[in-house]
Design a protein around this ligand. Structure first.
Ligand SMILES: Nc1ncnc2c1ncn2[C@@H]1O[C@H](COP(=O)(O)OP(=O)(O)OP(=O)(O)O)[C@@H](O)[C@H]1O
Length: 253
């Protein structure tokens, strides 16, 4: 069997002494698309930030591509798209410039972009359906298109593992479809994906496994669970309390 791309063993994370994740174990193998689901504040972002080494584990271990995280130096193998901070107004850069910045770790700051860099940027723009917007300032794009630009930036680095925090939250349907297609191509080329999501929408057929975080632990690891009955309806507003046996807010809270 191939070496897992990500292994978390008995991982715990706390902020200011307050535990957020307790005894979390997770393994992701090459070619998987794993969705991390769970209610607001359950610790989904914390889990992927721990994998990326952005927050330290208080106990437990993480390995990346078979190497202990603390000794891992090949961060260019991983592309990361953080949670969107809202409309990023005032960014004067063009779409191409933002996507090209995803090549910096590969080529080094002092070397001018070469043919391979330009090809990687073109491929990434095409993958997310933004080739025709390459010359436009990012600020003139819709929120969904801006999010696609950030995904293209991560893809331009030609990572083997893509980690995304709520890539489709608040994103228009066309962008969600474009992103699902880009993910499918990325995985078809041998990539591995770990993403946080609230609603899977068009991503659902691309997801191979779901991990549900609940009260600091993983309460489900397996096939994508069905959103229970009316919870799947877009206008369901979650004003009622959840039943005792339902992982509260599986899809949203
Ligand atoms: N840097 C931080 N310092 C202190 N507490 C934090 C920090 N980041 C997150 N938390 C807290 O840790 C808990 C888990 O947060 P996290 O962002 O991991 O949850 P989440 O499941 O990703 O939530 P959401 O769906 O709202 O993005 C929350 O109670 C949050 O307030």
């Amino acid at each position: 069997m191939s070496t897992p791309v990500i292994t978390v063993e008995h991982g715990a994370v706390g902020y200011d002494g307050r535990p957020v994740l307790r005894d979390v174990s997770l393994s992701v193998t090459a070619g998987e698309v794993v969705a991390v689901l769970g209610a607001n504040g359950s610790g989904k972002s914390t889990l992927i930030r721990a994998v990326l080494g952005l927050v330290p584990l208080s106990t437990g271990t993480i390995t990346l591509f078979g190497q202990p995280q603390r000794r891992f130096r090949q961060w260019q193998r991983i592309g990361y798209v953080p949670q969107r901070l809202g409309a990023g107004g005032g960014v004067p850069a063009t779409v191409r410039e933002v996507v090209a910045s995803g090549r910096l770790a590969r080529r080094g700051l002092l070397r001018p972009p070469g043919t391979a860099d330009r090809a990687a940027v073109d491929d990434a723009l095409r993958a997310v359906g933004l080739a025709d917007r390459a010359a436009d300032p990012v600020a003139t794009l819709s929120g969904g298109q801006q999010q696609r630009t950030l995904i293209a930036r991560a893809l331009a680095g030609r990572p083997e593992l893509l980690i995304l925090d709520e890539p489709t939250a608040g994103v228009d349907a066309a962008s969600q479809e474009a992103f699902a297609g880009a993910l499918r191509d990325f995985v078809g080329d041998g990539g591995t994906v770990l993403l946080v999501a609230h609603e899977l929408g068009p991503l659902r057929p691309v997801i191979s496994r779901a991990v549900v975080v609940h009260e600091g632990g993983i309460c489900h690891d397996g096939p994508v669970p069905d959103p229970a009955g009316h919870h799947a309806e877009p206008d369901h507003d979650h004003v009622h309390p959840h039943g005792p046996d339902e992982p509260a807010g599986l899809w949203s809270s």
